[in-house]
Design a binder for this molecule. Sequence first.
Ligand SMILES: Nc1nc2c(c(=O)[nH]1)N=C([C@H](O)[C@H](O)COP(=O)(O)OP(=O)(O)OP(=O)(O)O)CN2
Ligand SMILES: [Zn+2]
Length: 127
Amino acid sequence: MKKIPLITEISKEYTFEAAHHLPHVEKGHKCSRVHGHSYRIEITLQGPIHPQLGWLVDFAELNAAWEPLNEQLDHRLLNDVPGLENPTSELLAAWIYERLDIPGARVSRLKVAETCMSSCTVFPAPG
Ligand SMILES: Nc1nc2c(c(=O)[nH]1)N=C([C@H](O)[C@H](O)COP(=O)(O)OP(=O)(O)OP(=O)(O)O)CN2
Ligand SMILES: [Zn+2]
């Protein structure tokens, strides 16, 4: 059997409900009005597989890391959250990325979906 070097990622999805408006769009833009989304977040980790446990980290570690952020975002007006005064998908993804703390793991991608059709993904710049 060939031993092929593999890169392994694990992912977990979360959802929260929140309202927002975008304060810098032009007058009359639909997003200037307060409206809500069922946000979907996908957190992806990359790293080595533990030789005994056979996993990157326990999925429960993702739950523990997500919970304090969920507390700050769920059922809130995102514009009221410090650092999210302009809560676009792009800036929300960066906000979450910068605050996610998962010991021993590297967040390789963080995806924020506002709707079924629209999403933003951030990941560390190479180098
Ligand atoms: N690049 C971005 N564009 C838009 C953002 C954003 O965060 N980044 N946000 C919005 C609004 O929040 C809007 O509520 C969601 O976007 P949109 O895909 O336009 O939502 P709709 O379901 O209304 O999509 P339609 O295809 O027009 O039905 C807007 N743009
Ligand atoms: Zn919106």
